[in-house]
Structures are given as structure tokens and as C-alpha cells.
Ligand binder design. Sequence first.
Ligand SMILES: Cc1ncc(COP(=O)(O)O)c(C=O)c1O
Length: 297
Amino acid sequence: MTAIPGLPEGVVSVDGVIRPVAEARVHAMDHGFLFGDSIYEVVRTLGRRPVAMAEHLVRLRASAEALYMALPWTDREISRAMGDAVAATDFPECYVRIVVTRGAGAMSLLPDVCPRPSMIVYALPLRTPTAEDLARGAQVAVPARLRNDRRALAPAAKTGNYLNNVLALVEARRAGGEDAILLNAQGHVTEATTANVFWAKGGRLATPSLDCGILAGITRTLLIDALRSEGAPVDEGRFGYEDMCGADEVMLTGTVRGVSPVVRIDGRTIGDGRPGPVTRSLIARYDGLLAAATQDW
Ligand SMILES: Cc1ncc(COP(=O)(O)O)c(C=O)c1O
């Protein structure tokens, strides 16, 4: 086989067998590969322990339910498989991705031809935004492509069907953006390709509500809960493009990127074109929130 450039260091556990990334293999008849019939989670570590593991497990099970998939493992078994993959590396911190596919079976769309789901766990080096990335902020684009409708494949389920997001990202890159923020068919802001979106206007934070058709990000929930517990309002609702672009500050949130500033949307400058005070204060507080959410495998 020809060598594939750019593969990360790290290990992959396929149904409990741990190998280096370059050597790991999944069955060609796996319905995850054939039909995108799979679900996933990405967990980050802090001190090589998982952050918000319980929350990720709850979401994994909700995604499985949305796909009529029965998971044949306990939470403990899933968590242990992830912990074992991390233990097989010596990275200071890991990006841990668990993919559960429908498994291998006959060439049929029907899930019940697959006797058992497969569990694939990746333990890779964690790469979070650098201090320079955070000081600079990102430019994003809002492409014509829409977020999947929640009555079709609901974005609330974290499935292996990311082609819509892949294409939106390609289109955003062509338009000069580093990421895409997608609208839904009603013209409401939803989320970025792998992140939720927040903005600040006059000191108040706003973010699209779950009924806009978004993933209930674990980072999004951590932030909303922390802010509300201090009495700081966060408005969840249906907002349009101009609500977001007219904000003083815009930021993206996700497990790997944490809180990341956005300084331009479709070439329009947000605020003064630099990460603002609300974003900077959330970035400063984010490590503390992660530490408080760190659990055991
Ligand atoms: C579409 C989408 N929205 C939001 C997020 C952020 O979710 P979390 O904070 O749980 O990482 C992700 C993460 O991958 C995502 O893929």
C-alpha cells in the first residue's frame, strides 16, 4: 500500500484491538463506511483524564437511539475502551474519538443485516488553538448551503454523516473563510461545521436555540450553565444573519477549539475586528470549567 501523507500519530482501537493509526483497519462491508450509518463523540483529556465523559456518554446514547441502534456495551465498558486507548499513548493530552458503526453485514441498507456494532476509538495528540490563533480570531463565511433540516437527519444526533458539513466547509474556504456558519431553511443561524456559535451584543450573550436544528454541544451547555448560575443572561432563540453579523463579538465553541473568536463574517468586520472583552473573559474562564468537568475513565 502507498504511504498516506499527513496521518496523525496515535493509536486506534478497533473492537478492542489497539494498533498504530497507520495499521488500523475497518471492514469493507461496515455500514458505517457504506452508508454513513454510524455515530461518534470527541472527548478531550485534561491531565490525561476525560472532560465531561458522562455528558458525552449521554449524547452518544441519544445519537444511538436516533439511529435505532442498540449499544451492546455499558458506559463503564465504553469509557474503559477509551481510557485503554489513551493509556497506549504517551501524549500529554489526547483527542479521543469514539465511532460506533452499525458493523459489517450484507449489502443492504437495512441495519438488521449487521449482527453487531463496531467500536472504534482513536487516541491522538490533542491540538487546541494557539495563543496566536485566539489573539487573531477567525474569518468565517456563510455559504448558500443549508444545515440539514431537523425533520431529515436531525443535527442533534452526532452521526457519521458529515458530508453536508464537509461541503459547506469547502465552500467557505473557497469564499475565504476558515469555517462555515450555516443557516437553516427558515433563514435562522444554526452552527458552524464542528462548533456552536455565540455572540455578544451590548453585554448580553445569544446563541441559536436547539430547535433551530443544531448539535447540543457539550461546550455550549457548560458555558450556558456556568453563565446562568452567576445570573448572566444567555438568550437562546431563533436569530437571523443580521442579528449575528451586527453583534459586537462572535465566537465558536467546541470540545477541541474551546472558545474561539470570530472577527470577520463574509468579509464584514465584527466589532473592531479583534477578539472583544466578553470573548476574552470566556476564554480565560474556560480552563477552569474544563478542570471542574474532568472525570475518571
Ligand atoms: C456540528 C457540531 N456542532 C457543535 C459541535 C460542538 O460540540 P461539543 O462542544 O460537544 O464539542 C460539534 C463538535 O464536533 C459539531 O460537530
